[in-house]
Design a protein around this ligand. Structure first.
Ligand code: GDP
Length: 459
């Protein structure tokens, strides 16, 4: 049962071709959060729908033919699609937007097809049995998708802006482009309005470009809310369950995870993950960031303080081992931590072992390997017992959600190159990713202030 994480995973998938799927329980403690039986049955129904409408089926063929011919044929409403486009943003951004799009598909009886042109196949296994989630490379719109933006005539927000559609429009277009990127406009955000969903519902193909975690806005759409409460009675477990259901690293990535884990982490009494992300053009090593990491981890008793050799009279013969997994583009943070605990004993007598899988410095050009390492590191962080993350980083959001962890968030302010002295970090109230670009104006503005379903994030 635990192999299938509380019934979350389908059974009919091949074990060898994707070791991570059924073997994650060998590295993880069981999650204290159980998926609801409604979520489990909804996923099983989704899998059936995906099998019926997915690539290679008659239904898919008909649905794409009508796109080609640009006309709706009768009785072809059985299959509707969300096409998730892989954008140029980092892996964290892509994962949180993909999970959001999947939830939207789940709520609206659509199936999701993911753009495979950016290595998705090299980092994730197929999640659904007997079918594929990859958007076929001969999809009729594939040549144009990259150029879709707010100028595109089928962009939903643009159509509203130009009055090309309004509340009386009865014939839906065959496809719509949804622009849900951080720079979206008020018109694009009306996607989150209940009254607009009725129209969107009838559009067979939705092409989505997103880099945000828009799940909180789905909670505020009344027609989705009832279902969401049943699906996720523990409201802050949406990403936790969906990511564990959807995201199974390929065997290559899984190899990196298990080798690192077995060599450096498995023997530890406790694993602390520290994710250091420094934004900005001149990102790199900063002493104030290092100071803040030390200040936070010591104040919150996540790491022991370094002591003087002379104070360490009665060192236990079997000292506790604390493994610290650092992820960062810059190796200096873990190098520094390493030397601190090499040069001096820890005040508690614990042994502190610092490990970093990669420190690429610049965001690499071999995109496949870069994404694979990034996923391996997110995954390793999610195996930690306790986690420290960097403010506003989707990389950290994925790790915390997968792990079911409420991290301590380093609240540094890189702009003036000084860390705020106090507090160096705060504990997140939720393991859910933050919706960094929530629609604070428009149809959801009022509800955000009063709803019991969502709260402002710490970062
Ligand atoms: P965000 O920019 O922090 O929100 O996270 P993203 O994952 O969207 O984008 C950052 C990208 O930079 C990642 O996808 C990685 O390619 C790279 N990156 C940033 N931090 C790390 C790190 O700690 N380890 C690795 N391997 N890559 C990182």
């Amino acid at each position: 049962m635990e192999k299938k994480i509380g019934g979350l995973l389908a059974t009919e998938l091949d074990e060898k071709s994707c070791l991570s799927r059924y073997h994650q329980s060998s590295l993880r403690k069981p999650s204290p959060y159980k998926p609801s039986s409604y979520l489990v049955s909804k996923l099983r129904r989704y899998e059936k729908l995906h099998k019926r409408c997915g690539p290679g089926t008659e239904a898919y063929k008909r649905a794409t033919e009508q796109l080609d011919e640009n006309q709706v044929r009768s009785s072809d409403k059985e299959c509707r699609y969300v096409v998730w486009v892989a954008t140029e943003y980092g892996l964290g951004n892509r994962i949180i937007s993909m999970a959001s799009s999947f939830l939207y598909a789940l709520l609206t009886e659509r199936i999701i097809l993911v753009d495979q042109r950016k290595d998705i196949n090299d980092i994730f296994c197929e999640p659904f049995p007997g079918t594929s989630w990859l958007l076929p490379l001969d999809f009729p719109l594939i040549g144009q998708i990259d150029s879709y933006n707010t100028d595109y005539s089928r962009c939903y927000g643009t159509m509203l802006k130009n009055h090309a559609i309004n509340s009386t429009t009865t014939i839906p277009p065959l496809h719509l482009y949804l622009h849900l990127l951080h720079d979206y406009r008020a018109e694009d955000k009306t996607f989150y309005c209940q009254e607009n969903q009725a129209f969107i519902k009838n559009v067979p193909w939705l092409v989505v470009k997103a880099n945000i975690y828009f799940v909180p806005s789905l909670w505020l759409i009344p027609s989705f809310q009832t279902k969401l409460i049943k699906l996720f009675p523990q409201k802050d477990t949406v990403f936790h369950h969906l990511s564990r259901y959807l995201l199974h690293p390929t065997n290559q990535v899984w190899g990196m995870v298990t080798r690192s884990y077995n060599a450096y982490l498995s023997k530890a009494d406790e694993i602390l993950g520290i994710q250091v992300r420094v934004f900005g053009r001149r990102a790199g090593y900063f002493q104030h960031v290092m100071d803040q990491i030390l200040d936070c981890t010591q104040r919150e008793k996540l790491l022991p303080e370094p002591a003087e050799e002379s104070q360490m009279m009665n060192i236990s013969k079997t000292p506790k081992l604390k493994a610290v997994l650092v992820t960062s583009l810059h190796p200096e943070y873990s190098d520094n931590l390493k030397s601190i605990f090499l040069e001096r004993p820890s005040s508690t007598g614990e042994m502190v072992l610092v490990y970093q899988l990669s420190g690429e410095r610049v965001q690499q050009t071999d995109k496949k390997l870069r994404d694979q390492k990034a996923l391996a590191e997110m995954y390793l962080l999610s195996l930690a017992d306790k986690l420290v993350t960097s403010t506003r980083s989707t990389f950290g959001y994925v790790a915390q959600g997968l792990g079911g962890l409420k991290p301590w968030i380093l609240l540094y302010e890189p702009r003036n190159r000084k860390a705020p002295a106090d507090p160096p970090c705060v504990r997140a109230m939720s393991m859910e990713p933050c919706f960094i670009r929530a629609p604070l104006h428009g149809c959801q503005a009022k509800t955000i202030k009063t709803t019991p379903f969502i709260k402002y994030c710490e970062d």
